[in-house]
Write a protein that binds this ligand. Structure first.
Ligand code: CUA
Length: 156
């Protein structure tokens, strides 16, 4: 009789695990912006900005810049062939997505460090007070050229 209770209990526990994992997967997707211009979950009135070309945009007059970066084997666009340039005393939001596989976007010496995911946009914001030059590296293994995938950010 007790065995039966344990069996039912175990099955309930397994069902709970499955539910938790499912919820976690769906929950993690919530609010992630679809790089194609929509949003994975819900609606976003500003979604049209997601289809911007890679580059630097002056978002407003108060020193806020939006930098759109795309990653692909084994480049940051912009970043690798041309440095990303932003002015000192600015707040910069990086909008990062991938054109092919998972990559990383880490600006060495800052707290900017995110994964770049095809079809999703990661947003990270940092302030840059002083002129400086930072290296950008990929920290997700993405193939034979992974270790060569580098770029730079110039605060001028
Ligand atoms: Cu891109 Cu490693």
């Amino acid at each position: 009789r007790f065995e039966r209770i344990w069996l039912v209990g175990s099955l309930l526990l397994i069902a709970l695990f499955v539910a938790t994992v499912t919820y976690g997967a769906v929950g993690a997707g919530y609010g992630m912006v679809d790089a194609e211009g929509g949003q994975v979950d819900g609606t976003d009135p500003t979604a049209s900005e997601n289809v911007r070309e890679p580059g630097v945009y002056n978002g407003s007059e108060d020193g806020h810049y939006d930098v759109y970066v795309e990653t692909q084997r084994f480049l940051f666009v912009p970043g690798t062939n041309e440095p990303i340039r932003v002015p000192a005393n600015s707040t910069v939001t990086f909008h990062v997505t991938s054109r092919d596989v998972l990559h990383g976007f880490e600006i060495v010496g800052t707290n900017i460090n995110t994964m770049t995911v095809p079809g999703q946009k990661a947003m990270v914001t940092a302030e840059f007070d002083e002129p400086a030059e930072y290296g950008i590296v990929c920290n997700e293994y993405c193939g034979s050229g992974h270790h060569t995938m580098e770029g730079s950010l110039q605060v001028v």
